[in-house]
Design a protein around this ligand. Structure first.
Ligand SMILES: [Zn+2]
Length: 140
């Protein structure tokens, strides 16, 4: 799972930078493949553009990976830029209540609840893996 450092972005910048799905997808693709593309299925590093905007398709096995796959925005039921807003709020204020979140963003309670859980899980997971890598650094 890929973690995004939303908490470092200022509110104004955030609103400009992620106003549309297109901008969010471009950001996700950029972040997830910033160290280069490698096919998750066969390990090939050649790709062409896939079916959806910013997805990448392996030239060897034709596996198509969307920009949201393996991120907290995978299979999200709402537009990605709305999910980004939830993620941004949750990263900035992890203790925000679902009621406040829903009220502030005008997004359904259930949607906020589901996505917040997913985001917290993702943050927890990356926190654990950071601890793990720190421990292995100490051992080495
Ligand atoms: Zn492949």
């Amino acid at each position: 799972m890929i973690k995004f450092e939303f908490s470092k972005i200022k509110v104004l910048d955030f609103n400009n930078q992620f106003a549309s799905d297109e901008q969010c997808m471009a950001f996700l693709a950029n972040e997830k493949w910033k160290e280069g593309y490698i096919c998750k299925k066969c390990g090939n590093d050649n790709y062409c553009s896939g079916k959806t905007p910013h997805s990448r398709r392996c030239t060897k096995c034709k596996h198509d990976e969307s920009a949201t796959a393996h991120t907290m925005f995978h299979r999200c039921k709402i537009p990605v830029h709305e999910a980004f807003k939830i993620a941004y709020e949750v990263c900035s204020l992890p203790d925000i209540s679902i009621a406040n979140l829903s009220e502030k963003l005008k997004i359904r309670h259930m949607t906020c609840w589901k996505l917040k859980n997913k985001i917290m899980e993702c943050l927890e997971e990356s926190r654990k893996s950071e601890v793990r890598s720190q421990k292995s650094e100490i051992r080495n």
